[in-house]
Structures are given as C-alpha cells and as structure tokens.
Design a binder for this molecule. Structure first.
Ligand SMILES: *Cc1c(COP(=O)(O)O)cnc(C)c1O
Length: 340
C-alpha cells in the first residue's frame, strides 16, 4: 500500500475521482450482493425515475487516519439508520441490516491509498446514495434501484483557523414545507440552490432558515444544524421534526454533557432569543463546527459576543473535544469509532 502522491494540505472540498466505487442493484424486490467497480460513470435510461422525479437520497461521512495509524469512520451506524429513514420517505427500498456498513468498509478499503494521512487535516469523504433507475413516466416510485458509494479526498475545512461567518435570516424555506426537511435528499438541496446563490450574491455565507409555518423559530442552514451557547453557558440546539438530524450535532450534545459537564438541551429556539445567545455555530460532518459571528435579520445585525476573529470559548472546547475523540486522542464512547 502506498498513499497517493497528493499535497493533502492544499486539497479543497471538491470532487477528485478515486480508483473504486461500490454498486449494488435492487431488482425483483431484492438487493444483489453488491460489488466494487472501477467505472465512475453511470449509464441509465433517459426516463429513469431519478432524472424525472428526483427519487434519490444520500449520506455523507468521512474516513480518516487516527493518530495511531488506523483507518476509521465515525458513527456509520447512524448514517445507515438515516439513509433508511430517507429512503422510506421517498418510497424506496431500505438496505438490510449490515449492508451499509459493509459497503462503506469495502469501498474505503479499496481506496485506502486515497485516505489522507494523520495530521494532514484532510479526509476521504464517503458519499453513499440510492436512486430509482428504471424508466417511469406516470408519477410513481421506481421498481429498480442502485445503491452506490463514491469517495473523494477532501481538504481540511478550516485552513488557517476557523473564521466566524456572517449569515442572514432567509425569507426562503429550506425544504418543501410538507415535512420532508428531516430527510437527506437532493430534492431539498435543489430547492435551496436559489436561496444559497442569492445569499452569496449579497455577501452572506449561509441562510438561517425559519420554520415555514410561523416564521418565528430557528430551523437550520442549508447543510448544517445550529448550536448555540446561552449567556449562562448552556448548550442549546433547535428541536424540530423538519430539520435533518445531524450526527455531529447529536454527538456534540453528548460531548457537552459527558465530557465537558455542561448543561445541554434540544428545544425550540425562537429568532427573538438569538440576540441573547453568547455563541453560535453550524454543525455538520465537513466542518464539525463552523462558528457564526453575526446574523443579519433584514438589515438588523445580531452580533455574538465571541466576535468575528475566533470561535467562542465553549464552541472551541466542543470542537477540540469532538475532533480529539475522532482522531483517537481522547477515549471515544463505545461504538463511535469504527475501524475499516
Ligand atoms: C448532512 C446534513 C446536515 C449535517 O449532518 P451530519 O450528520 O452532522 O453530517 C445538516 N443539515 C442538512 C440539511 C444535511 O443534509
């Protein structure tokens, strides 16, 4: 085994074709055993359900090298559970117990040379997805599906430190307001493209989406959940059944309680109370936590006391502890680190 000759530290978050990918097919009511393949292109009928009716769901996780040289992934059992919840909501077949983790292990193992070394800050991003593949023109779910996993090496999210972001309160809804916000599906991302381009054009890094029914409660951003720290040092995160249940956010809440002895709670958070928060961050697999320094609410600026130069102190502790657990420097809770 020889690692690829790549300047790992200068990688960004973009697609780089690796050597192998995973493919399993669903036909006549069952999944085949799946295999590792080399062709990065997908050939499908022009009328495939995924093209016409966007019947596709995905996941995202990272494989990386720990301090003691093991190749691992972080809590893939939760990705397995979540892709099945997403698939069920779009009338797609779920994956049988064990199939998801087995496939992740196989595809990462095959691409081991692409897993960045410890200390580079980079990782191998793993993108599993399921899509309806047979031709469908009347509106109904497909009968045939593919479960695929692609991998691509991605760079350290924070190059030269984590600079706090300026975001805005969005007038757009993140996802379709019919309760599909909790699933990880391209359809929600397609609906968010207009809002994200508009935000960037106006100088904002992200949108803070509100609940579509009352427009008073904080939901999430396009691809990350919110985490706030109150002025009395409590960690709080929005409770809503229309946001995506972030694995990073769930892990951080546990870290806050069990490793840092902080009070932490999932509850409704109104836009009104955001101005009283001490710290704010966005959590997701890619960045773990991206600090937010400022929220622009239709011209009124809400500035967090932690400022625009660095992460807030509690956000930093959460970040350091979770990344320490992931890298094998701090003992992980049972089952969090899964060796390839
Ligand atoms: C993937 C995703 C997140 C982050 O979830 P993680 O499991 O922490 O990576 C948050 N919001 C949305 C909409 C997502 O698609």
């Amino acid at each position: 085994m020889a690692k690829k000759d790549i300047d790992w530290g200068s990688l960004g978050f973009g697609y780089i074709e690796t050597d192998y990918r995973y493919l399993a097919s669903f036909k006549d009511g069952k999944w085949d055993e799946g295999q590792i393949i080399t062709d990065p292109n997908v050939t499908l009928n022009e009328c495939a359900c995924v093209f016409q009716y966007a019947q596709t769901v995905f996941e995202g996780l990272k494989a990386y090298t720990t301090e003691d040289g093991r190749t691992v992934t972080f809590r893939p059992d939760l990705n397995a559970e979540r892709i099945n919840q997403s698939a069920a909501r779009l009338q797609m077949p779920t994956l049988p117990e064990g199939m998801f983790i087995d496939a992740v292990k196989k595809v990462v193992k095959a691409n081991e040379d692409w897993v960045p070394p410890f200390g580079s800050g980079a990782s191998l991003y793993v993108r599993p997805y399921i899509m309806g593949t047979n031709a469908v023109i009347g509106v109904k779910p497909a009968d045939e599906y593919q479960f695929r996993i692609l991998t691509t090496p991605v760079g350290p999210y924070f190059k030269g430190g984590a600079k706090p972001l300026t975001i805005r309160v969005s007038d757009f809804d993140r996802a379709a307001p019919n309760g599909t916000g909790h699933i990880k599906a391209g359809l929600n991302y397609a609906m968010s493209l207009y809002a994200i381009v508009d935000a960037h054009e106006k100088g904002f890094a992200e949108n803070m989406y509100l609940d579509s029914a009352t427009r008073t409660k904080v939901e999430e951003t396009g691809g990350a959940n919110f985490l706030f720290v109150t002025r009395d040092g409590k960690v709080v995160t929005p409770k809503s059944n229309t946001i995506l249940p972030s694995i990073t956010r769930r892990s951080l809440i546990q870290v806050a309680k069990e490793y840092l002895g902080l009070e932490a709670e999932e509850r409704e958070i109104t836009l009104e109370e955001v101005k009283d928060m001490a710290e704010c961050g966005l959590c997701g697999t890619a960045a773990v936590i991206s600090p937010v320094g400022k929220v622009n609410d239709h011209g009124t600026e809400i500035c967090f006391p932690s400022g625009m130069d660095e992460m807030g102190p509690i956000t930093k502790k959460l970040y350091d502890t979770l990344t320490g657990i992931q890298m094998g420097k701090i003992k992980a809770p049972e089952g969090w680190i899964v060796e390839i």
